[in-house]
Design a protein around this ligand. Structure first.
Ligand code: AMP
Length: 546
């Protein structure tokens, strides 16, 4: 029997229409450095319609790609809804990529129009000559239009957002596109080879938004105000903008103000109830809070993901500020949400904390399994360690432009995540490493993340990044690079003594380097490739213990 249910497509335009009417007085606030620019969701609806009319006039039809080269701000949010709703595909360009990677991505995606923040014009102008498919650039806010025109060399028409949207109708007749069509496009910040494109559908974004919004996800309600620090150019800001429009939660966007001091100002001024960002943002904030008195009283919960969240960070926010740090895991290929570490019923005290340290429980929509080196599926017993594989309605089945699934990344309909860890019988995922970052010492594996977490629990340590380096006897040994907190002191001997008893003796690093800052990737994660290269080049200030 077929169901009797309506086959109503799950479209982004519906999320926009819903928020702009039912939650019309909810708002987005973008930080300016000294206050916030506020816009209601009703106004976002109007501006989205105007942008869609403007893009049509520039010739955007069908599923053509509109790129964004922007911080998290009101106009980026408008594009998030206008572009997919009109049937085109939003392509969020990562502003931190190297110019040749940007040129590759924009050309591979065939971006026709690029929206650029005024403050980012110098970066875009550098690559514009290498973007042959781009016909129009729209300058958002104050910026050097002449520089863009020069870089475009007569091939690219330059417009300003304000002029382009002026005198346009306030409504748009959003097309009823196929829910399985692409709505948005992200490229993974892959470390080997060219970046790979992942095209999300209207349907996958909808289903993902339900998961993000639900209590076992980020738990968004119309009474919430979410500070989305995680970039809108990285994995769709974890889907927070779409989930906010679904649930009616208001948004706070930091624009380019991402330092610990700036985030502290933003929280004090805009009073968000929730927030989401990678661990380094919260470590910077903690560092700032050590010497500044800041009103964080509005904030109840922050979601931390993108890299392993050190337990010490969770305890610091919990004990000092009463803020729950909730650990989450995901990847660009997964829209990006995989798991969220909400504690199970009945867990309390230390047991609840043990659950919170994990990467979290996979939801109904994400099937997960652990696979051994020979492709054997391992038990979900919290012990068997292997590569995590996933499948689900918001997990990509292949990369854009590939004829089929690349066997290096997909196996029998599962995505190979490249993450190594365990799954427990009750569905909690614990990652020990990226497959390529596991340290192989004398035939045994050392988890770089475990060493990092243990080190970051030392009060003098701000950041610790551990990588495997070649060793003539053991094949590889851990190298610990450490950033100390401002004004703090600690020696390698002391830190090694601190680790003793927390990890097995044979895992204790001999090689140490105290550095100013851990190099970061384009999305704010520890850049372990760079650390290994710096070690190989002999540029690290090394201390070697006997
Ligand atoms: P990206 O596609 O850039 O978001 O990177 C996804 C990768 O980030 C994952 O495959 C993991 O290796 C890593 N990652 C994300 N969240 C976590 C987490 N909570 N703990 C450890 N690694 C994480």
């Amino acid at each position: 029997m077929r169901s009797t249910m309506m086959d109503e497509p799950l479209l982004i335009s519906r999320l926009l229409g819903h928020a702009a009417t039912v939650h019309g007085s909810a708002d987005v606030q973008t930080w300016t450095g000294s206050g916030a620019r506020r816009m209601t969701y009703a106004e976002v609806g109007v501006q989205a319609a105007r942008l869609a009319h403007a893009l049509r006039e520039l010739g955007v039809t069908g599923d053509q790609r509109v790129g964004t080269f922007m911080w998290n701000n009101n106009e980026h949010l408008i594009a998030y809804f206008a572009v997919p709703s009109m049937g085109a595909v939003l392509h969020t360009l990562n502003i931190r990529l190297f110019p040749d990677q940007l040129a590759y991505i924009a050309t591979h995606a065939e971006d026709k129009v690029v929206l650029v923040d005024g403050t980012l014009v110098p970066l875009l102008a550098k690559v514009l000559p290498e973007l042959p498919t781009v016909e129009h650039v729209v300058l958002v806010g104050a910026g050097d239009a002449d520089a863009l025109a020069r870089a475009g060399g007569g091939r690219v028409a330059v417009h300003t957002w304000a002029e382009l949207l002026a005198d346009r109708p306030d409504t748009f007749d959003w097309p009823r596109v196929d829910e399985r069509d692409a709505a948005a496009l992200c490229y993974t910040s892959g470390t080997t080879g060219n970046p790979k494109g992942v095209a999300y559908s209207h349907r996958s974004i909808w289903l993902h938004s339900l998961q993000v919004a639900m209590p076992e996800g980020f738990g968004l309600r119309a009474t919430d105000r979410e500070l989305a620090v995680v970039p809108m150019f990285h994995a769709m800001s974890w889907g927070i903008p779409y989930a906010a429009f679904m649930s009616g939660a208001s948004l706070v966007l930091p624009d380019r103000f991402l330092s610990g001091a700036a985030i502290a100002d933003i929280i004090a001024a805009t009073r968000p109830t929730k927030a989401g960002a990678v661990p380094t943002i919260w470590l910077d904030l903690l560092n700032h809070l050590a010497t500044h008195d800041v009103d964080l009283s509005s904030l109840r919960e922050v979601i931390v993901g993108g890299s392993a969240c050190p337990p010490a960070l969770m305890h610091a926010f919990h004990d000092r500020y009463g803020i729950d740090v909730i650990h989450a895991w995901g990847m660009t290929e997964m829209s990006p949400l995989g798991s969220v570490s909400r504690t199970p019923a009945g867990a309390a005290g230390e047991q609840a904390w043990a659950y919170r340290y994990t990467q979290g429980r996979v939801p109904a929509s994400v099937a997960a399994r652990i696979v051994g080196p020979l492709g054997d599926v391992m038990p979900n017993d919290g012990e068997a360690v292997g590569e995590l594989e996933v499948r689900g309605p918001w997990v990509t089945a292949r990369y854009l432009g590939d004829d089929g699934p690349d066997p290096a990344k997909f196996r029998d309909g599962w995505l190979r995540t490249g993450d190594v860890g365990t799954l427990s019988a009750d569905g909690y995922l614990t990652l020990t490493d990226r497959a390529k970052d596991v340290i192989k010492s004398g035939g045994e594996w050392i988890s770089s993340v475990e060493l990092e977490n243990a080190l970051m629990a030392h009060p003098a340590v701000l950041e610790a990044c551990v990588v495997g380096v070649p060793d003539p006897r053991w094949d590889e040994r851990p190298l610990a690079t450490v950033v100390l907190c401002e004004g703090a002191a600690a020696t390698a001997e002391e830190l090694r003594g601190f680790l003793a008893g927390k990890v097995a003796k044979w895992q204790l690093p001999e090689r140490w380097a105290f550095i100013e800052a851990v190099p970061k990737t384009s999305v704010g994660k520890f850049d372990k490739k760079r650390v290994r290269a710096d070690y190989a080049a002999g540029t690290l200030p090394m201390t070697t213990l006997g």
